[in-house]
Design a protein around this ligand. Sequence first.
Ligand code: 4AD
Ligand code: MG
Length: 477
Amino acid sequence: MQRIKIKELLKGEKLGKQVKVMGWVRTFRSNRFVALNDGSTSNNMQAVVDFENFEEALLKRITTGASVSITGELVESQGKGQAFEIMVSSLEILGDSDPDEYPLQPKKHSLEFLRDIAHLRVRTNTFGAIYRIRHQMIYAVHTFFHNKGFVNVHTPIITGSDAEGAGEMFRVTSLNLENPPKTEDGKVDESKDFFGHETNLTVSGQLEGETAAMALGEIYTFGPTFRAENSNTSRHLAEFWMIEPEMAFCDLQGNMDLAEEFVKYLVSYALENCKEDLALLDKRAADEDKSKPQIERNEMGLIERLEFVATNDFERVTYTQAIEILRNSKPNKKKKFKYIIEEWGADLQSEHERFLVEKHFKKPVTLYNYPATIKAFYMRANEDNKTVAAMDVLFPGIGEIIGGSQREERLDVLKEKLAVMNIEEKDLWWYLDTRKFGTAPHSGFGLGFERMVQFITGMGNIRDVIPFPRTPGNAEF
Ligand code: 4AD
Ligand code: MG
């Protein structure tokens, strides 16, 4: 007999038929009721074992975590909590799980404890739901861009350029670190390295993405990116996934429009396609909220927050307007911010972003036209010669979720900018070629995928929305 997934079985179409399921035992109660989960849904299938008809030795092996194959008739359940159950006619243990050693007990474990056993935490309801939602979001990203005619481009993971110019890169080398080849003046001889020069893991696929947009028109990347920034926060990973669309013939306005449409699409997609898992996480978030002091509680529940974002326009505010709001804000005047906003030009910290979103506007905010001095070299200079056509989308509970800009397409202006920022033209010769041959106005942005999944699942820590998080001091598994 063919195995059938629990998600299918719960539709009830096989009522009265013999069925076979395989999965992992979540609990075994009263020597009679097996709660079985096979990962297709967070809902367990109840299997009823008539213990008089089974060997004692076999029943002893039905333990939390064991994997089993069960055959029996699908019937309407007599008990509460489930519509259907299986009357077991045969049960085979596929893999034992010693209850004295198995770290997951049928009780609530802390997220911190579960992070230490990331290889097993996917077997819990919370993480099963997160993994499934993450998958749905990946699918939604591709669907959104595919439907708009964007071409998905794989940009390199090993690269010779620092796209963001922030110097937060992981070095890639095959040199012997104990005894590297040296040049005459005693420095490490990079020409002897695998690629013949210094290489790093990419921090962004944008620059290579731009070259593709200058031929294909509209492209997007969706790949892993790496940052060696020593930020031990609930929003930073050393390895995260980023989606970077890039559009030819598009200005900042069009860029902000696409960013807003894109994230609203992802949120709506989740609401539509992840109902069961979202309901589970909504309840989880509500329970967690109850244990917090009143001021830290969310004003809205998880699903409510998602509905709010999907249906309300984001606030669009210039950096200059935002500085005014922040300068006159209560936490600034009462010196409650860690970084007090004194003058125009200050970089915004996450506390400022969250004040704007959560306290002032009470909705997502798109901030644009930032000071040139705090932004990357490739952003387009505005007429005022002080600001660039940059934009960030800020989300409640998250802060910055998207960063992007219109790009500097004017070769002379771009070269000036490189000089000011001490970036060598020869390192970006190929990038400059796009401005030399058929340059065109273009724009793009990057969405941090984990921050988006964090928002959708309501998880407070980014380490809980990627299967195996990489953070300073931790690359286990
Ligand atoms: O603002 P960032 O640094 O922008 C870029 O990399 C541009 N090249 C994007 C573009 O215009 N094509 O990063 C983009 C987004 C951030 O808004 C944030 O959501 C996420 O990437 N991000 C991180 N997510 C997790 N951990 C980190 N360390 C992150 N750094 C950035
Ligand atoms: Mg940014």
